[in-house]
Design a binder for this molecule. Structure first.
Ligand code: ZN
Length: 123
């Protein structure tokens, strides 16, 4: 039973890697990224929200239990990563300004990421 659980979680992390490869091909970006799945891992943001995933360097960590949720989170973090790669002066100025209103900045960024996810990747 342990064996089948272990191979099941191995298989699902392999599937998530395949999903990431698909996103890279489709976007033509983010080829440096790797994904790590940690189902059930609990982590909270500074504001106390439970994180479903996060990006650290070129690693995407996904904490969702279910595979469909994990795929959604992977997509979200993938786009967030791409958005955060842009380094133009406007973005830096806007970020500096909106960091004065952190909650709003967060939800605005989340809205943009969700919109991009819908536009670009959901068939
Ligand atoms: Zn986010």
């Amino acid at each position: 039973m342990l064996d089948s659980l272990a191979s099941q979680s191995l298989r699902s992390s392999e599937d998530l890697s395949k999903e990431l490869e698909r996103l890279k091909e489709k976007a033509g970006l983010g080829f440096e990224l790797e994904v790590y799945r940690r189902p059930g891992f609990k982590k909270y943001s500074r504001e106390g929200r439970e994180l479903r995933g996060e990006v650290q360097g070129n690693k995407i960590f996904v904490y969702d239990q279910g595979f469909e949720e994990a795929k959604e989170t992977l997509l979200h973090e993938f786009i967030e990563y791409l958005v955060d790669q842009t380094n133009d002066p406007y973005r830096r100025i806007v970020n500096a300004l909106v960091s004065l209103f952190e909650d709003q900045a967060y939800s605005q960024r989340e809205k943009i990421v969700k919109a991009l996810a819908n536009l670009l990747f959901i068939d």
